[in-house]
Design a protein around this ligand. Structure first.
Ligand code: GLN
Length: 380
């Protein structure tokens, strides 16, 4: 009989909740994806490249024109230079890039530090590599990192730290000081870092995103992952990129070439055109999504939920502990079926869930849907 390599893993919460929302005809604020379309110029470029016959394999590391645009983007937004030939790899989604980075670095018996609530794809990748995830809870209430606690979780087997800022599901972001602490720790204990920065442009209220790329000692030992799905509202195009120093990139590519080999050619060409023609587009996202966050949070002013506006991402947590003690998974399903609104229960992202009761709502939705959702929530 087949012995499962992932005995504790089922279907992801995102797939489950989106399917349940569809079955129930509920407003779907669960899985993170926009309900509006990507810029027309980007979609037209895809059609153009497909019709022009650019439909065969791209180079393994990605279309060079796109890697050059990524280098320009990195220079523009992070003031960091990256070599398109040796440091940038286009991947079919950040999920694949993260998986390949874990496979390339984690040996059987290695320990990997992750922070709970932790994005769902990290631990299965660590387990498939034969490693062990060491879960460190984020601080209660503000979802920060307690670096003393991180230090005490390090052993001679610790190989890698996985961070995610802006953070899904909490919407918190790491401060410059956090990255300095990580830099110090990673150097002293000779650790590698995987930095999931897929929401890099979604930071609010004038805050700054701090990338590992901007901290020299982290730049030298990190894989930084990004997703075009978030930045250009094309989650279904499943395309992202990884930036890492040449030696790390070489190892990542060894895995990437046998997991998927390449990302989709006409998609890469379309993204390259759009990035060249509209380099300022990512800078418009923070204001756009902040207005959506404010609309949603503002409309919940008279609800019974505790609302702390997100610092980043397109997710908003709502705390219902003041008026209901039902476990979040149960409540989430009940509200999808009975109230017609779907969200994501936050406890599923913890190894040992704390008593807080949070649901995550995606606000990458039309204003009408956000107001409708708030109306339902205000009636609860
Ligand atoms: N990252 C998306 C979210 O958090 C989901 C992606 C997926 O379904 N795997 O909702």
């Amino acid at each position: 009989m087949l012995k499962s390599k992932l005995p504790r893993v089922g279907t992801t919460i995102f797939t489950h909740m989106s399917a349940l929302a569809a079955d129930c005809g509920a407003l779907n604020l669960s899985q993170g994806f926009p309900d509006f379309d990507a810029p027309a110029a980007l979609r037209e470029a895809l059609g153009r490249h497909a019709m022009a016959g650019h439909n065969q394999y791209a180079p393994m590391a990605g279309v060079l024109d796109l890697r050059e645009q990524i280098a320009a983007h990195c220079d523009r937004y992070r003031q960091v230079s990256c070599d398109p030939e040796t440091e940038i790899t286009v991947v079919p989604g950040a999920t694949e890039g993260i998986f390949c980075a874990v496979m390339a670095t984690v040996h059987p018996g290695d320990e990997v530090l992750v922070f709970d609530p932790c994005y769902d794809s990290y631990e299965p990748a660590i387990e498939l590599a034969g490693g062990r995830a060491i879960h460190i809870p984020m601080t209660a209430g503000n979802f920060g990192i307690d670096w003393e606690r991180v230090e005490s979780g390090i052993t001679p087997r610790t190989r890698l730290v996985m961070i995610n800022s802006p953070h899904n599901p909490s919407g918190s972001i790491l401060a410059q000081e956090d990255l300095h602490r990580l830099e110090d720790l990673a150097e002293r204990h000779d650790l590698l870092v995987i930095s999931d920065e897929v929401y890099e442009h979604l930071v609010f209220d004038g805050r700054q995103h701090h990338s590992v790329l901007q901290f020299p000692a982290l730049r030298a030992r990190s894989f930084a992952l990004f997703s075009f799905g978030k930045t250009f509202s094309v989650t279904g195009w499943k395309t992202g990129f990884c930036i890492a120093p040449p030696a790390l990139t070489a190892e990542l590519r060894k895995v990437h070439q046998f997991v998927s080999f390449v990302a989709v050619t006409p998609v890469q060409l379309a993204l390259a055109d759009f990035m060249r023609e509209q380099p300022d587009y990512p800078a418009t996202l923070a204001g756009y999504y902040q207005a959506k966050r404010d609309l949603f949070c503002g409309a919940l002013r008279n609800s019974r939920f505790e609302v702390r506006p997100s610092a980043g991402t397109y997710f908003q947590l709502l705390d219902y502990s003041a008026f209901d003690s039902t476990p979040d998974k149960e409540l989430c399903e009940r509200w999808t079926r009975e109230r017609g609104i779907a969200s994501i229960p936050v406890s599923v992202f913890y190894r040992d869930p704390p008593p807080q009761s949070y649901l995550r709502f995606c606000f990458a939705k039309s204003d009408e849907v956000l107001l409708q959702a708030a109306e339902v929530l205000c009636a609860i």
